[in-house]
Write a protein that binds this ligand. Structure first.
Ligand SMILES: [Zn+2]
Ligand SMILES: [Zn+2]
Length: 297
């Protein structure tokens, strides 16, 4: 922050007699306004720190409350993650920041139109982006072309935190313009992008966790949020289970749009891709879209 800014933020000097009047904007400099000044590099650093903390916390919960004994496919999953980080992370990790700033400067998007709505920018961004993610995930199951890529995520025979890292780069490249378009249409501010991406990463790690919740916590969280048991059902090897529970953060989208499927921690679900028995290596996963569609029906 420049010195002149900090002076005008703190007080307004009224006249040469130095009568100081508190500047109204000073007390209300919001998180959004501060984040708007962020560079793409700072955005990537904050996002990366959030990502690492989210992963560490989800792994700790998984260790503390394991659902069953699983070796996990962490080697294959981390190889895919490294490739995806290279393909997307380096090339476009700051894209959402750039697009958000561009939409703000151009006065585009819902949250850039209305001052009243702008006050609720963070919760609206979180809800709106999670809703877009719900429909994008649903489209990945319902459109055969998208399923060719998304089935890589479902091909993990073990269901653990690192399953959240298992994506075909093709799916992430296809998802990128959808997410960026959502940022523009909603007018998501940079702070909203950061809050969404960090909470989404944490939710994504947790819902893939080999985690058991107590019945009480399951009931309490499941009313609003996707729990590991709800997403475990989505990864069920039985094809009828696949088309339920598309949400990542909030479970009410599934209830609202008729895709909710009940599940609890004490339900044993065999996870994996219907019709695919062998565990795949990273190279085999990369060629999976060309090998057809595994749906079990
Ligand atoms: Zn899915
Ligand atoms: Zn999943």
């Amino acid at each position: 922050m420049e010195e002149s800014d900090s002076v005008s933020d703190a007080t307004a000097v009224a006249d040469s007699h130095s009568i100081r009047i508190p500047a109204p904007a000073a007390t209300g400099r919001s998180l959004c306004e501060r984040a708007d000044r962020m560079t793409e590099t700072e955005f990537q650093i904050v996002k990366s720190i959030g990502f690492v903390l989210a992963f560490a916390l989800a792994v700790a919960i998984q260790r503390f409350r394991p659902h069953r004994t699983l070796a996990g496919s962490w080697q294959t999953n981390s190889q895919l993650w490294a490739l995806n980080a290279l393909v997307l992370g380096v090339a476009c990790a700051g894209c959402a920041c750039t697009v958000s700033r561009w939409a703000m400067d151009a006065g585009l998007g819902l949250l850039n139109q209305d001052v009243m709505l702008a006050g609720l920018a963070i919760p609206i961004s979180l809800l709106g982006m999670d809703l877009v993610s719900y429909f994008w995930h649903r489209a990945n199951h319902q459109l055969r072309f998208l399923w060719r890529f998304h089935q890589a995520h479902h091909s993990d025979p073990d269901f653990t935190v690192t399953t959240a890292l298992r994506f075909h780069p093709g799916e992430l490249l296809l998802a990128l313009p959808v997410r960026l378009l959502a940022v523009v249409i909603l007018g998501v501010p940079i702070a909203g992008v950061i809050v969404f991406e960090v909470i989404f990463a944490f939710a994504n790690f947790c819902v893939h966790g080999n985690i058991d919740l107590t019945e009480k916590i399951e009931r309490l969280l499941g009313g609003v949020l996707i729990t590991p048991a709800l997403h475990r059902r989505h990864h069920g090897r039985e094809s009828r289970l696949l088309d339920t529970n598309y949400g990542t953060i909030f479970s009410f989208w599934d209830r609202l749009f008729g895709s909710y499927g009940e599940s609890r921690s004490d339900v044993r679900i065999d996870t994996g891709l219907p019709g695919l028995e062998s565990a795949l290596g990273a190279m085999e996963i990369l060629t999976l879209p060309a090998r057809g569609t595994f749906r079990g029906r």
